[in-house]
Write a protein that binds this ligand. Structure first.
Ligand SMILES: [Zn+2]
Length: 410
């Protein structure tokens, strides 16, 4: 190890920049699509476990539902299948006396759907961006901490506190059980970093949200020769949709409407053409400090006011309620992450929901969200900015050394 220790981490990072890009491509090339209740994370997690073994670590590979107390936990979201979908965690033990640090991220990705200019799984690089499903959300960020870990190991760095890295399954669609299972298995630390794509912003807080599908039914099919057509499933949902769009202004967080479907095209004059069924699906985000009760009251108020006189509506909850992370901007891990980045960015709120709330609500580990920039998450031509990856990997190395402290010489 003696000659390894002679390599300073900055030199190592400069020499191994291409390896970071290759690592992102390796992760992207293993399609780990999450299609609830199933998911295809196995190959990607196997790759990560192999990467960790190559560094001399012994990864803990386990299914979320096999962790003691997980499926009965209040934070467990039922209905998902975990056969062949393991979490992977490894610990680089410190020499003692330092603070422990956890890097956590998910390897599942939303399904590839549609077509862009770039292939889904090839990791093509163009104009300083790497393209592919999951490149931004969030294999780019995961690669940064795996690369930082390798840097520390290969440079022979000795840390006082433990450094824990984990990759989880089933984050998308409000899964979150993978992250919860790691907490319940005991992988907690004095601070955690979750590199969802923030564009290098240091986020002590995130949005949260919930997804609903409204089912409209009833109304009178066909024409009313007695005067007035009356409400239909279609007009009820259209009114709800318009009201939700109006409600977006001023609430500080978007309501994404995904699907509005009612009626079908029939031959001219067909009386049954007035639809008596329809659906509207939307994902409503919240700012930190908003409870589930607040959100439900808001949404039901908006919809009832607009569509209450229409045909009956049924609410179907499609995801769990994801709490917003409402962290302390002056928390030690937030300050340390800022100090590790060039320009020391000010704390901000991430414009998305993620698994960070699981750490806040179900573990003692304070968490900061800070990852790379890019665009088109959950869409064709998703991409991550390569410069951001290099900045982050270097910042994570700096953070680990500062946070965990220098270990005693062996
Ligand atoms: Zn994500």
């Amino acid at each position: 190890m003696a000659d390894r220790a002679r390599t300073a981490p900055d030199d190592w990072l400069a020499e191994h920049g291409d390896d970071l890009v290759t690592l992102v491509r390796e992760l992207v090339s293993r399609p780990s699509e999450n299609r609830p209740p199933h998911g295809d994370e196995a190959a990607c997690q196997e790759f990560v476990a192999g990467y960790l073994r190559d560094l001399g670590l012994e990864p803990d590979v386990f299914q979320p539902d096999e962790v003691d107390g997980a499926t009965g936990h209040e934070g467990w979201w039922p209905g998902r299948e975990y056969a062949g979908r393991p979490n992977v965690v490894a610990r680089l033990g410190g020499t003692g006396g330092g603070r422990s640090l956890l890097f956590t991220g998910h390897v599942d990705v939303v399904p590839a759907h549609g077509e862009g200019a770039h292939a889904w799984w090839d990791g093509e690089v163009e104009d300083g961006r790497l393209y592919g499903r999951g490149s931004l959300d969030m294999k780019g960020g995961v690669a940064c901490y795996l690369h930082a870990l390798r840097c520390l190991v290969e440079c022979g760095a000795t840390l006082a506190g433990d450094l824990i890295v984990e990759t989880t399954v089933d984050e998308e669609f409000g899964g979150a059980n993978g992250t919860l299972a790691c907490r319940l298995r005991g992988y907690n630390a004095d601070g955690a970093v979750l590199p969802e794509p923030t564009g290098l912003a240091v986020c002590h807080a995130t949005r949260g949200g919930i997804q609903y599908r409204l089912h409209a039914s009833g109304g009178k099919a066909g024409m009313d020769f007695g005067g007035g057509s009356g409400p239909s499933a279609l007009t009820t949902l259209a009114a709800a949709s318009a009201a939700l769009a109006d409600a977006e202004a001023g609430r500080g967080a978007p309501i994404y409407q995904f699907l509005l479907q009612s009626g079908e095209e029939l031959p001219w004059g067909t009386a049954e053409g007035t639809p008596t069924e329809g659906i509207l699906e939307f994902w409503a985000e919240i700012l930190p400090g908003t409870s589930r009760d607040d959100l439900e009251a808001e949404l039901r108020g908006v919809v009832d006011r607009a569509a209450g006189a229409g045909t009956p509506l049924e609410w179907e909850q499609r995801t769990r309620f994801l709490s917003a992370l409402d962290g302390d901007p002056e928390a030690a891990i937030v300050r340390a992450m800022r100090a590790a980045l060039p320009g020391h960015p000010v704390p901000s709120t991430a414009p998305f929901a993620c698994d960070a709330f699981i750490l806040a609500e179900h573990s003692p580990t304070p968490v900061v969200v800070c990852g790379p920039g890019g665009d088109n998450p959950h869409a064709p031509d998703e991409h991550v900015i390569l410069d951001d990856l290099h900045i982050l990997a270097s910042a994570y190395v700096r953070l680990a050394r500062d946070w965990c402290g220098e270990g005693a010489a062996a």
